[in-house]
Write a protein that binds this ligand. Structure first.
Ligand code: GAP
Length: 521
């Protein structure tokens, strides 16, 4: 089994993640979170919300920030007026089938790229076809002139023409050439040095369409949101009118997003239904570069603080030609997955593009009034945008370890205690002598203190420890024969497997401290 298969298998076996509607054969790109998966995901969302929004101190200047700033939250509807998606560019921008040239990096609309073979016609009316190489050129057969279609391949066409004296070359359509893999391999793209550099056409409208109300007509069309960001932009005025925020400030949101991905893959990494956690951070245009720098570093550090291994994490800046039309700077926090480096979270400077577009389209001024300078202006936006499902997968991959212990393989998830689905397992060593009662009492006490607990009295103690190791439970507490005598219990730590005796009454405080000082081993 490779590393990815092991994670998928663990997720299925222990109830982290299941294929959606599995009993009916599943649904590609959709996943269900089981009893442990839902806890992991909830903990991740809570950690993000607490660290970014709820526990943010707007009077302090965090390290690297140019000044203190405000943070508020939002939970906007998933269904929105379709005009939102027209103004944001999603309706127009996502709706064409595109092909990319891997060599020249040019991008074409598939329906605007003519693919043709050559025919050579002589004065005798005989036709000779040449289709060893097929040619692609911007244009449309029947509408563009042969000269226009030949233009990007002038030299090749002229040399073939030379080899057929007395015959005239003309382009003939090769239907479906871009869709058919074998034909596509023979297609020479404009400016490419050899055939076979074009990708298969991809329909770019990734939005799921649906209808609101009883009538399924054009008037009732809307979309499942492909990002949570737009819900924030369209509420900019509501928030600034009601929350007494002052630029610079951010609005955070967690919620579902849907994309009809052409090729969902790598388990939950690229799904069709997923959750995002996004911040739209509003600042003055002249300070955007500083805030962009701040958010890059802050978001990168957040993953390290939650235990992601530093050698597996990096920041990659987008090249100019990778930037979305609205962005002047973008970078990805990338993780080295078993299938290669991939985006975990993106941080973009979206300029004032979105607020201006929605102002123009809605007729409502989405501007900020600075009470000090008495100036109205459209703020710039820095957007840290991550996905929870991809995050959960990343933390699982990063935490997974196998090690030899006394001749056996121990599988352990070294999850940070803040995000582990269960914080503490509570076990009676045996099911007698008052041990289960003491264990139940301790479990109840720990639950009241806010720990997520799991009681287990089945199987040998070593096996119970292993089962908790495999799901990432940082501590297990065992009540044994000594407990009634001296009032102490065994606290066993997941990563080191070390055991210490702790007074029963001090278990909560001991775990609190252990949680506070935890570092990935
Ligand atoms: N508002 C900007 C935006 O949506 P994005 O890079 O398209 O940017 C942000 O998405 C994050 O959402 C990604 O970094 C990734 O973590 C997550 N994400 C995007 N598409 C995803 C998919 N198909 N499956 C799982 N997560 C996805």
């Amino acid at each position: 089994m490779d590393a990815m298969e092991k994670i998928v298998s663990l997720c299925k076996r222990r109830g982290f993640i299941f294929p959606s509607s599995e009993i009916y054969g599943g649904l590609n790109g959709a996943w269900d979170y089981g009893p442990l998966g839902v806890e992991l995901k909830r903990n991740l969302k809570q950690a993000w919300w607490d660290d970014m929004v709820a526990h943010h101190d707007e009077t302090a200047t965090p390290p690297g920030a140019p000044q203190p700033f405000g943070m508020v939250g939002l939970d906007s509807a998933l269904l929105m007026n379709p005009k939102v998606w027209e103004a944001s560019g999603h309706v127009g921008g996502f709706s064409d089938p595109m092909v990319d040239d891997r060599e020249t990096r040019a991008r074409y609309r598939a329906d605007q790229l003519a693919v043709y073979a050559l025919e050579f016609i002589g004065s005798d009316g005989k036709l000779e076809r040449y289709d060893e190489v097929l040619f692609a050129a911007p244009g449309e057969l029947g509408k563009s002139t042969p000269a226009e279609l030949f233009e990007p391949h002038r030299k090749r066409v002229a040399s073939l023409q030379k080899s057929k004296p007395g015959r005239e070359a003309r382009p003939v359509a090769v239907p479906g050439a871009l869709q058919d893999e074998a034909l596509r391999a023979r297609v020479l793209a404009p400016g490419a040095s050899a055939p076979g550099t074009l990708t298969a056409p991809r329909a770019f409208n990734l939005m799921f369409k649906t209808h609101v109300g009883a009538l399924e007509d054009n008037q009732s069309v809307t979309y499942l949101r492909p990002e949570t960001a737009q819900g924030i932009f369209v509420n900019f005025k509501n928030v600034t009118d009601t929350a007494r925020v002052r630029v610079p400030f951010g609005i955070g949101q967690i919620g579902k997003a849907f994309r009809n991905e052409i090729n969902p893959r790598n388990f939950t990494f690229r799904s069709r239904e997923f959750e995002q956690m996004e911040i739209e951070f509003f600042c003055r245009a002249g300070e955007a570069a500083q805030w962009y720098q701040f958010w890059r570093e802050r978001r990168f550090q957040w993953y390290l603080d939650l235990g992601i291994r530093p050698d597996k994490l990096r920041i990659r800046d987008h090249d100019k030609d990778e930037l979305a039309h609205y962005s002047v700077a973008t970078c990805d926090v990338e993780y080295e997955y078993p299938f290669g480096w991939g985006e975990l979270e993106g941080i973009a400077c979206r300029t004032d593009f979105d607020l201006k577009r929605h102002s123009e389209a809605s007729g409502v001024r989405l501007e900020y009034f600075d009470p000090d300078t008495k100036e109205h202006y459209t703020p710039f936006v820095i957007e840290p945008a991550g996905g929870i499902d991809r995050m959960a997968l990343t933390f699982l991959i990063d935490a997974y370890a196998e090690e030899e212990v006394e001749g056996e393989t121990r599988v352990v998830l070294r999850l940070h205690p803040r995000i582990a689905p269960i914080t503490v397992g509570v076990f009676p060593l045996v099911k007698k002598d008052g041990m289960p009662e003491l264990a139940h009492g301790l479990e109840e006490e720990l639950r009241e203190l806010g720990f997520t607990t799991f009681y287990d009295e089945k199987a040998a103690i070593g096996r119970r420890y292993r089962r908790q190791d495999e799901v990432g439970t940082p501590w297990c507490v065992t009540i044994d024969g000594e407990t009634p005598k001296d009032g102490t219990v065994t606290v066993r730590e997941r990563d080191s497997m070390q055991q210490v005796r702790v007074p029963l009454r001090e278990v909560g405080a001991h775990l609190r401290e252990a949680q506070r000082t935890w570092r990935k081993g």
